[in-house]
Design a protein around this ligand. Structure first.
Ligand code: TYC
Length: 102
């Protein structure tokens, strides 16, 4: 929207800035010990993926070492990372989940 200066002002502003909030990638890291089915379960449970989607992403992490599993606001990304890390720790798996500004 235009933020005019009124009749007497010099028109300097062109439009109001509509700043989007920064978004954060949530990433899963590969390791040699966490069972594949456990990772698939995490992707279904915390990221709302279907079994097929979850299996595909799990395999990508397994083969490439890391994959982005979703992009969220800072607050939601932190919640996802905490949920995954707590769940993995409770089940004594070394799975790592991190977030990074897009
Ligand atoms: N590499 C693990 C295995 O062979 C599977 C795995 C996949 C672990 C994805 C972590 O984020 C991960 N059991």
């Amino acid at each position: 929207d235009d933020e005019g200066e009124g009749d007497l002002g010099v028109a300097l502003k062109t439009r109001a800035k509509t700043k989007r909030p920064p978004m954060y990638k949530v990433m899963l890291l590969n390791d040699d010990y966490t069972p594949m089915e456990f990772v698939v379960h995490i992707l279904e449970r915390f990221f709302g993926m279907t079994h097929a989607q979850a299996f595909e992403i799990m395999l990508t992490v397994h083969k490439k070492g890391v994959a982005v599993v979703g992009v969220f606001s800072h607050e939601v990304a932190e919640t996802k990372v905490t949920q995954v890390m707590d769940f993995a720790r409770r089940h004594q798996h070394p799975l790592q989940c991190t977030m990074e500004k897009e």
